[in-house]
Design a binder for this molecule. Structure first.
Ligand code: XMP
Length: 317
């Protein structure tokens, strides 16, 4: 029978034969796919795999530090790049979702490319492409920032003449998680919700500023930690918060406030192509709403998104 162990064994043998002593570069995103791809290739070629993890300033709260630590714990040769300011500069004044995606994608390629050039004689670009990506790449809303879709749409710089290796391209997400578990990867990486490449950049409606990013990071962390505390995280396919470009009137003590509205979104899904809004308990939503409004300065109202996909999408932009 075909097992995760036999998949690992045959993939590692194939990768060894294919890659030999060549150097390989891979962009880690913190997500399941790129992480499992990295572990598999690492098992085959060890230190010849060079991983790059870019902080685009649009990640979840503490995500860069936490994920970088877990990668190092796994023995991966990984360079963390703080490129926040480059992304904020590129996003300055942009509010159109597609222009924001393009700016983030372009900046990612530039940052990644700068780092990849520091590695002498790199021959291969490894990617965590999985089977549904090949189908989805024709139907996504806009260009994604993952290298894979840039590659798919021919967006990689010409001078970066790297051969592509994609060890997970015949797997679905559940298969990737099973393979990761057989490689003894930690649950906090394997059970992680999907997160879009452009990150919080497409969850801040309108223009993106570092101040808005920190507000949304706090809101998102309260929501995600709440889901975990209440045992709801693993029943949810994806969850997060959107910072709306809307202010509403509230009251705090004797004072009238006029502050931002955030929308919480949680969905159940099998592959992200269709999704139902998650029927989270009212008590839970009430508790999270209170925590957010009490703790996050600048937010005085929380709403819950009860739209399914289609016709709504998971992300708001
Ligand atoms: P939508 O919003 O289209 O999202 O229902 C479906 C899934 O794709 C993710 N998503 C993206 N991922 N780059 C990405 O890497 C993108 O530009 C992008 N847009 C949406 C979304 O988070 C969900 O998991």
């Amino acid at each position: 029978t075909y097992t995760a162990e036999s998949f690992v064994e045959s993939s590692v043998a194939e990768l060894k034969a294919q890659l030999g002593d060549d150097k390989v570069v891979l962009g880690l995103s913190g997500g399941v796919d790129s992480s499992v791809a990295a572990m598999l290739i690492h098992k085959a070629i060890g230190k010849n795999l060079y991983c790059i993890f870019v902080d685009n300033g649009l990640l979840r709260k503490d995500e860069f530090e936490d994920v970088l630590e877990s990668y190092k714990g796994l023995g991966l040769n990984v360079t963390g790049v703080n490129a926040k300011q480059r992304f904020y500069d590129a996003l300055k004044g942009l509010s159109d979702p597609e222009l924001k995606r393009k700016a983030i994608g372009k900046t990612f390629i530039e940052v990644f490319d700068d780092e990849a050039h520091k590695i002498q004689d790199v021959k291969w670009l490894a990617q965590g492409t999985i089977y549904p990506d090949i189908i989805e790449s024709v139907s996504v809303k806009g260009p994604s920032v993952t290298i894979k879709s840039h590659h798919n749409v021919g967006g990689l710089p010409d001078y970066m003449k790297l051969k592509i290796v994609e060890p997970l391209k015949l797997l679905f997400k559940d298969g990737v998680r099973i393979v990761g578990a057989s490689l003894d990867m930690p649950q906090n990486i394997l059970s992680r919700h999907p997160f879009p490449g452009p990150g919080l950049g497409i969850r801040i409606l309108g223009d993106v500023t570092p101040e808005k990013v920190s507000i949304l990071q706090e809101v998102d962390a309260i929501f995600i930690n709440g889901l975990k505390e209440h045992g709801l995280y693993d029943d949810t396919w994806q969850a997060g918060a959107m910072l709306l470009p809307v202010q509403s009137v509230g009251v705090m003590g004797d004072e009238r406030t006029y502050e931002s509205v955030v929308a919480l979104r949680a969905v159940t899904s099998v592959d992200g192509m269709t999704a139902d809004w998650a029927h989270l308990p009212y008590e839970f939503l009430g508790e999270i709403s209170n925590r957010i409004i009490n703790k996050v300065k600048g937010v005085n109202r929380v709403v819950y998104d009860i739209s399914s996909k289609p016709p709504a999408t998971i992300e708001w932009e």
